[in-house]
Each structure stands twice: as C-alpha cells, then as structure tokens.
Ligand binder design. Structure first.
Ligand SMILES: *Cc1c(COP(=O)(O)O)cnc(C)c1O
Length: 557
C-alpha cells in the first residue's frame, strides 16, 4: 500500500498498515516471520559493511554532522524495509569490539545471550520500577545482584542494590548515600547545605567530579589525593588530607577507592583505606562513619579468581600472567570491606551498554534514599518489589539486569577467568615484546591488567632517562611536550594505516600522568586495551611491528 501526500486515506486504512510495523500480539506465523525477516535483513546489510578493518564500513566523516543538523521531522510514514536500511547505515564507523585488531578501550563485545536479553527487553519492554510492570525481569535484578554479592563476598542476607545508568550512576548512589548517612536522610527533604568532602585519587575517573557537580556539592569539595607511581592512591597523602579536613571541622562524607583505574589499571589499597577510616573514626570520636565506596566498575571481574587454584593452575596460564592475576587479586579480594561497590557489566562483564550495578553491603541503608522513609525499601514479604521507592530513575529498563543475568549465567566464574585471564595474558605478551625495544617505555609496568600504556622515543634518546626527566625535571618541559607531539604523530600514522586495512587500532590518552612539579604538563601515551577473545599473538606482534615501522617512516621523512 502506498501513502503519499496527495492520496486521501481514511485513518483506519493507515492504522491497518501500521499494525504490520509491530510484532504481533498473538502467535501469527506470517507476522512473526516478517519480524524475523526484518532483523535478518538488517544483519545481512551490516554484514556487507565488514572488511579486513576492525570497523564497519569506512570511518566517520565530519561532513555528516552538518547534514545531520539540517534534519527535519518527516511528514509521512515510511516502511520497515527503508528504516532497516537506514539503521544499517548508522552502524557505519562502529569499531568491531571483538576484532583481534581492536585494542581501543575497556569496551567488550557482548555475548550472544546478553544481546538476546536486550532483544527480550526491547520486545516486551519491562520497567523495573516495580514488578507490576516487569514480571520476572525484577527477579533478574534481584538474582544478578545476589550473584554479584556472592562473587565478591558480601553477605547476601544483608546486601542489596540496583541497576542504574552507568558507572557514573553507581558513584552518584555511593556519594548520595554517604551524605544521607551523615544527615540521617534529612538531605532528601531539606537539600544539602554543607560542604561535605569527598576523597578520591588524582588518577580516578572524571565521573567523580561530575557527581559532585550534579549533587550540588560542587567540584571544589572533591579532594584529589596524589597517586603513587603505581597509579594507586597514596595512603600517607590520604591520611594527611583526612586529618586536615577533620581538624578543620569539615565532614568526610565519602572516600572513593578505585579498583582498576581506566587508563592504567591502578588498584587502590581498599583494605588499608577502610582500616584508616576506622581508626580515624575512633581517634576523632566521630558520631558518623565516613562511607567507603569502591569504584570497581572495571576491576570487579577479577573476583572470579578468588577461588581459583593458583598452585595447580588448571587453566594453564603463563607464570607472568599468574603473577599479574594474583597481584591484582590481593587487592580485589578486599572488595567485601567496602560499604558499596560500583560494577559495570558493560565493561568487563561482556554485556551491552548499559548494565551497571550499585551494590551495597547493608541494603537497609537504602531506606535513607526513600521518598517515604517509614516504608522499608525491600518488600519481599508480601511478594512485591518496588525499587522505585528509592531509585533515582522512574522508568528503569529491564535490559541491563537481564543482560547481566544472561552473561553471568552463560560464562560463570570459569568463563570470566578464561576471558579475563586471556586479556591479561595477551597484555603481558605485548608488554614483554615492547620491553625488548630500547626506544619504547612501558609506562604501567607495575599495573597488572589488560591495558598497556607506552611511549615511543625518536632515535638517539636514552629513553629511561628521558621518561624520568619528563616526569620530574621542569627544565625538560619543552622536550616533554615535543615527545608528546612525536607520539601523537605516531598514533595518527597508525590510525591511517588501520583505515587502509592493515594494523591494530590503538587509542591515545592525553594524560597518562602529570609530571611531579608544580603547574605540570601531562605525559601522553599510546594505549592498548585488550578485551577480545579473538586477540592472539599475531595481533600482539602486529602492534609492535607497526610501531617500529611507523617510527622508521617518521625518521625517513
Ligand atoms: C568507566 C568508568 C567510570 C564511569 O562509568 P560509566 O559506565 O562510563 O558511566 C567510572 N569509574 C571508572 C574507574 C571507569 O573506568
């Protein structure tokens, strides 16, 4: 049926046609077949965008944005076929995260089961604000939270939590809860009128600042604690800063420990931070306990190794990998000491965006966030589940919760050990190969994770000395800035090669660290983040070879 501007159609005719735009409410082989066919056409069209490159179609063209801004709201209905083609077009430029040559960032390829969960949620459209609108999707939220509590070692009788809008949402919940614990929940009604202080390391994620800004505290109330060369929060500096705040009479609302920093996989000493908090509460006789939130959105998955037999090593990891994993695990094992934890399934959990959990040791404290505090937040007893009483969001997609359940059920501890272990093993192989070249410095050689940061130097530079001076010598500033540009040039040339269909897509971080002197410039770095089960030694060798070849190319030019 054709509908155009001139043709007059009674609305009921159009409506009949529009019904074919929806999956059928009752079993109907013809309409059901049309739905499956539409999805399969989409998959075919996207498939034709694949090449040797680790991305779909060609890269993003900037002139698209100008045309996009001119878009107008369409007058007439279109067809499912036309829009399917449109959707496939919009997949252009997407990195294929599972490609062995995509080593960009902590972005995973989602498992088939977690994708199916998203399809289920898209089709049946649950709102987990209440079980009234979400059937058993609510149960998926409760179950995945129980499973994650079990994984990290919380007491599932006491723990709880909820899915929210990304890692930033988990930080927001952690900080808001820390403040309301001090205010006894009064802030919900009266607002926040005090300068509560929130502490996190200077290499922690910028979302900590976002949260302070949006909570109304302002970024000025975030106290950045210097990090050590291992990219973990300096404990002496933290103690000094906490004492200074307490001595001044200000309140320490939250200490955020990062377990797995975004750029270098630095892991804060959470156990020591909790002990320090406890001893200061006693010494200062505080009438509140500062909340400790663990930003473990990346590092949580390492908890799958808590009961791995490292002696027997049944999965057969290399010695270097085992050492990395045990070193990380020592820290990750203390997650259960945190008052709350942020977990991103869409990072190291192999689920699609968004699937983030705010996990809390004592779920009864969620009552502090209730709009009606006299009501208990968890109403299991009468068989009803109303997280909407204390959740920030009203419409809450069930996709993230079901996808978490799907990936966790599919992979189990064994699957996560293999995937994470493989990422670390490949990263270790990469570091070993990079270390063989005198012109390359691996920057995060103490941080044992799937990410490798490195800097390349031009011929004739003593690289070890150069890096030391870059970090510490104000007289070396202009050389540092020049070396940043040199590495950027290298990164751009590598990117060009990848767009020609050869080589490994890396990423770039403007500030791996800041130099140690006042008004310090940033030290930039090339970054490889391995997340794909398809990344193999061939892909690792290509990273090193392409760096050396491009360096050669720069020398010649
Ligand atoms: C990614 C990240 C965040 C923010 O999480 P989103 O899911 O991107 O909102 C917070 N902290 C750390 C350490 C992260 O890596």
């Amino acid at each position: 049926m054709e509908f155009d501007r001139k043709q007059r159609c009674h609305y009921s005719d159009v409506l009949e046609h529009l019904k074919t735009y929806f999956p059928s409410p009752v079993s109907d082989p013809i309409l059901d077949g049309y739905f499956v066919h539409s999805i399969s056409r989409f998959l075919d069209q996207v498939d034709s965008l694949k090449s040797a490159k680790p991305l779909l179609g060609s890269g993003i063209k900037n002139d698209h944005y100008e045309a996009s801004q001119q878009a107008v709201f369409p007058e007439m209905i279109s067809s499912v076929e036309e829009v399917t083609g449109l959707l496939a077009e919009f997949c252009q430029g997407m990195t294929i995260w599972s490609h062995p040559n995509a080593q960009l960032n902590v972005i995973p390829p989602p498992t088939i089961s977690s994708i199916t969960a998203f399809i289920a949620a898209a089709m049946y459209n649950p709102n987990i604000v209440s079980d009234e609108y979400s059937g058993r999707f609510s149960e998926a939220e409760i179950q995945s939270i129980a499973m994650l509590s079990d994984l990290i070692g919380y007491d599932p009788q006491l723990s709880g939590g909820l899915f929210t809008f990304g890692g930033t949402g988990t930080i927001l919940y952690g900080c808001k809860l820390g403040i309301e614990k001090i205010l006894g929940g009064r802030g919900m009604q009266e607002g926040i009128r005090e300068d509560f202080k929130i502490f996190s390391s200077d290499v922690s994620h910028y979302s900590h600042l976002t949260v302070l800004a949006w909570l109304g505290l302002g970024m000025k109330n975030r106290i950045a604690i210097p990090s050590t060369s291992n990219n973990e929060m300096s404990l002496c500096a933290l103690e000094k800063a906490l004492r200074a705040t307490l001595n001044s009479g200000d309140k320490v609302a939250v200490i955020i420990a990062t377990l797995g920093t975004t750029d270098a996989f630095g892991i804060d000493d959470l156990a020591a931070i909790v002990h320090l908090r406890d001893s200061l509460v006693a010494e200062y006789e505080l009438d509140y306990v500062p909340h400790v939130h663990a930003d473990a959105v990346i590092g949580w998955a390492w908890a799958a190794f808590r009961d791995y037999d490292f002696e027997g090593n049944p999965l057969g990891f290399h010695a270097r990998t085992l050492r990395s994993l045990t070193d990380s695990l020592v820290r990750i094992d203390s997650l259960q000491m945190a008052d709350s934890i942020g977990i991103d399934l869409h990072k190291t959990g192999y689920a699609p965006y968004l699937s983030s959990v705010f996990l809390i040791k004592d779920r009864s404290s969620l009552a502090l966030l209730s709009r009606e505090p006299e009501q208990m937040p968890y109403l299991y007893q009468v068989g009803h589940y109303h997280p909407g009483i204390y959740s920030l969001e009203c419409s809450r997609s069930g996709a993230g919760a079901l996808a978490a359940l799907a990936s966790i059920s599919l992979l189990g501890k064994q699957g996560y050990r293999v995937l994470i272990g493989h990422n670390v093993e490949m990263a270790e192989m990469l570091r070993e190969r990079l270390e063989r070249h005198a012109c390359i410095q691996v920057l995060n050689d103490y941080n044992y994770g799937p990410v490798t940061l490195f800097r390349v130097y031009p011929p004739g530079v003593d690289t070890e000395k150069a890096l030391h001076r870059e970090l510490n010598d104000p007289g070396y500033r202009s050389q540092l800035e020049e070396n940043n540009l040199y590495n950027r040039r290298l990164f751009d040339l590598i990117y060009e090669r990848v767009m020609q269909g050869e080589g490994v897509l890396l990423s770039w971080t403007l500030a791996y660290r800041y130099a140690s002197y006042p008004d310090a410039p940033a030290v930039a770095a090339l970054k490889s983040f391995i997340m794909s089960p398809w990344t193999d030694l061939k892909a690792i060798d290509s990273v090193v070879n392409q760096v050396m070849e491009v360096r050669e190319q720069i020398s010649r030019s």
